[in-house]
Design a protein around this ligand. Structure first.
Ligand SMILES: NC(=O)c1ccc[n+]([C@@H]2O[C@H](COP(=O)([O-])OP(=O)(O)OC[C@H]3O[C@@H](n4cnc5c(N)ncnc54)[C@H](OP(=O)(O)O)[C@@H]3O)[C@@H](O)[C@H]2O)c1
Length: 354
């Protein structure tokens, strides 16, 4: 449902307006774009599920860089205020609409791709989510772990399988092997049988890259990354996954193998130079994508792979810390410092609990 910001007679845990009554729930929302301190954590009406929706009692959400861009206004988005922040959630179904047959009350589920295209976000005690975005949580997997693997995991799986068509035995390079996306790319590339090179900005994170499965991990601040890649893969890199918002195409394309594929998925305002000659004479290809353009069917296929791998213990979440949802503003400050200002203060995902 869309929020109706004009509400009359709120109080005693309920809201009334337009002949309807809503129970109150806590939510982290904005009424205009701007700095993190504009995030309010207060009561809003609990949504009622439509025919196609599951009402989910939220147990955990996480923060992604896209949340920062939307909240700050860096990405112009059509928002309905009050706008509840957040893309991902994990929780329990408490009510289903009449046409929902695959889920029932009590099911533990996760979802991503909320908070866009008119859908409210997830930073709340309850969220009503269309059934096509809802996935089961495998038994034994925690809400915190699955939510920390949701948007980033879908992104990594789509990029590696649908876009790059990564094959067993190929060499994959990823910049930022412990970042939200990077940690999923490293683990999934290993699951898919690749040989993996990753970078990180501290020795602790370099060790963490190895722990995630990287065959070679390089400190991008203190080591010669290009030299290390050449030593590891003399014939070049088959898939180069760039997480940086300002890709260095000269370096990446120079290190790509024949028929190498490069993934770009960040840097809306970036206009870096591009070496056309070195690119085409090696039959290389460039794949740009945004996970939120993927259809619900494509996302379900990625979600199924994530569920399988996490249940098998092959895919692990990296969580920096878990905070109460009331600290959503602080979480946004941390994510902004870490990703946008490139301080790297985070060593894993930020998870919040209502
Ligand atoms: N297109 C899509 O569908 C999609 C989906 C998800 C995310 N994204 C975008 O992808 C980007 C990454 O997202 P994320 O969630 O992974 O962010 P993140 O968790 O903040 O990770 C950023 C990574 O970049 C690394 N890094 C920073 N400066 C570096 C440098 N100079 N050289 C090499 N690595 C460097 C960091 O390494 P250290 O921490 O070791 O310094 C960190 O691993 C963001 O811009 C995000 O908006 C796009």
């Amino acid at each position: 449902m869309r929020w109706r910001p004009v509400l009359a007679g709120s109080g005693a845990g309920t809201y009334t307006g337009r002949n309807r009554t809503w129970k109150a729930m806590k939510a982290a929302y904005i009424t205009q774009t701007g700095t993190p301190d504009l995030i309010t954590y207060r009561d809003l009406p609990t949504p009622k599920p439509t025919r196609r929706q599951c009402l989910i009692k939220v147990a955990a959400v996480d923060v992604n860089p896209i949340d920062v861009y939307i909240r700050s206004g860096a990405i112009p988005a059509k928002l309905t205020f009050p706008f509840i922040l957040g893309r991902d959630l994990a929780g329990t179904v408490v009510e289903v609409g009449a046409s929902v047959k695959d889920f029932k009350t009590g099911d533990r589920v996760w979802a991503t791709s909320q908070g866009s295209d008119g859908r409210p976000g997830t930073f709340a005690e309850f969220a009503a989510v269309d059934k096509r975005w809802v996935h089961r949580i495998p038994e034994g997997v925690s809400d915190e772990d699955i939510v920390a693997l949701s948007l980033t995991g879908v992104t990594a799986q789509l990029g590696l399988v649908r876009n790059a068509n990564l094959k067993t035995g190929e060499v994959l390079f990823v910049n930022g092997g412990t970042g939200g996306v990077g940690a999923c790319v490293v683990q999934m590339a290993k699951i898919l049988g690749a040989r993996v090179v990753a970078t990180a900005g501290t020795d602790e994170k370099v060790a963490a890259c190895r722990d995630l499965g990287a065959d070679l991990a390089v400190n991008y601040k203190t080591q010669d990354v290009a030299g290390a890649i050449k030593g590891f893969a003399p014939d070049g890199v088959n898939v180069w996954w760039e997480t940086l918002r300002e890709p260095d195409f000269d370096r990446a394309i120079g290190l790509l193998a024949m028929r190498g594929r490069m993934i770009v998925m960040a840097g809306r305002d970036a206009h870096p130079p591009f070496p056309v000659g070195p690119f085409y004479v090696k039959d290389c290809s460039l794949h740009g994508f945004a996970m939120f353009n993927a259809s619900a069917r494509e996302q379900r296929s990625a979600a199924n792979a994530i569920n399988r791998w996490v249940a098998e213990g092959k895919l692990r979440a990296r969580i920096d810390r878990v905070l109460p949802l009331s600290q959503a503003a602080e979480a946004h400050r941390l994510q902004e410092q870490s990703t946008i200002h490139q301080t790297g203060v985070l060593a894993g995902k930020l998870v919040l609990k209502p």
